[in-house]
Design a protein around this ligand. Sequence first.
Ligand code: NAD
Length: 351
Amino acid sequence: MVEITEIPVEGYQCVKRAIDPVSGLHAFISVHSTVLGPALGGMRLWPYASEDEALTDVLRLSRGMTYKAACAGLNLGGGKSVIIGDPSMKSDAFFEAMGEFVESFGGNYITAEDVNTKVEDMGIVARRSSHVVGMAGKSGNPSPKTAWGTFLGLKATLEDVYGSDSVAGKTVAIEGAGSVGSIYADFIAKEGGKIIVADIFAESAERVAKATDGIVVGPDEIRSVECDIYAPCALGGSLNDETIPQLKCKAIVGAANNQLLEDRHGDMLRDLGIRYAPDYVVNAAGLINVFDEMMPGGYNEDRAMAAMEKIRTNMAAIFAISNEEGISTAEAADRFAERRVQAHLDQQANA
Ligand code: NAD
């Protein structure tokens, strides 16, 4: 029997801890908000050093999902689950216990794969819960969609910075030649953009450079190369006190999560005249894609692709808020999301 305990956290709708002595499961699920709809967010497995660290992470991530879904125009709230452990702990009993935990939210939390969990694991979770998306045979691998959405964000940013959304002749410095970065590079190169790429695995960078007729630089050089766009597509925190002064780009458009190490780094970029496309706005296409599984009739790729176009118009709206209200684009994105949630609450109150 999984022991499930609710932990009251101010500003969060429902946070719970689960412990299962049989399978060794020790996990948290946080539902930040369900104002716009059920809270969707992935199931992360990570060797957190402490319970506090895991709780802090699930709170931060679930709040982030509320903002991401609100900006993307989806009728979804924000939620997330984190499991303390590493992939060696995986077993059927472990994920079945997690299914029971997910089910305890009665549909207010919907899960999907995330760091260290896989599509197959979600199949096991689904034995005990009907609130699982992104399983085999449904909306598929999100990375190509995320890359496409980031490319749409690039177009909106080029329009803002150069007055034209043309990628031709523009140089994009891509940090991280992984699942998203490599496909993003393809889209850019196909429209005549020039690629500079770096990865901690030189072979990955070389593969992308070969496919796009681009050039490879070292991971320490990518942030200081002359380029139009710097595209963080590796890990978070790459925009910080040390790296921002090195940048020689006009704008930043990449897929990595949590690119700004701290909120104030958004202001720092604004002061330097570097246009930052907020990460959770441009990397939302994977979420838009998986959300389509929940639409009437089930997943429809054309409908999902059409919904991703919103990333362009959202970016234009966020740039406008940043200009009109004299704030960073990161703050403008937060306000854009908060206003959508508030408008929904006002509508409900007036109904
Ligand atoms: P991935 O693991 O396939 O690729 C990341 C790449 O970055 C790897 O090739 C890795 O070697 C490289 N890398 C790591 N540290 C580096 C460094 N310091 N310098 C240069 N390269 C480095 O991951 P992904 O799925 O392509 O995701 C990339 C980023 O986008 C992540 O931050 C992820 O959270 C975010 N994201 C991904 C998706 C998606 O659909 N996959 C959706 C939203 C956000």
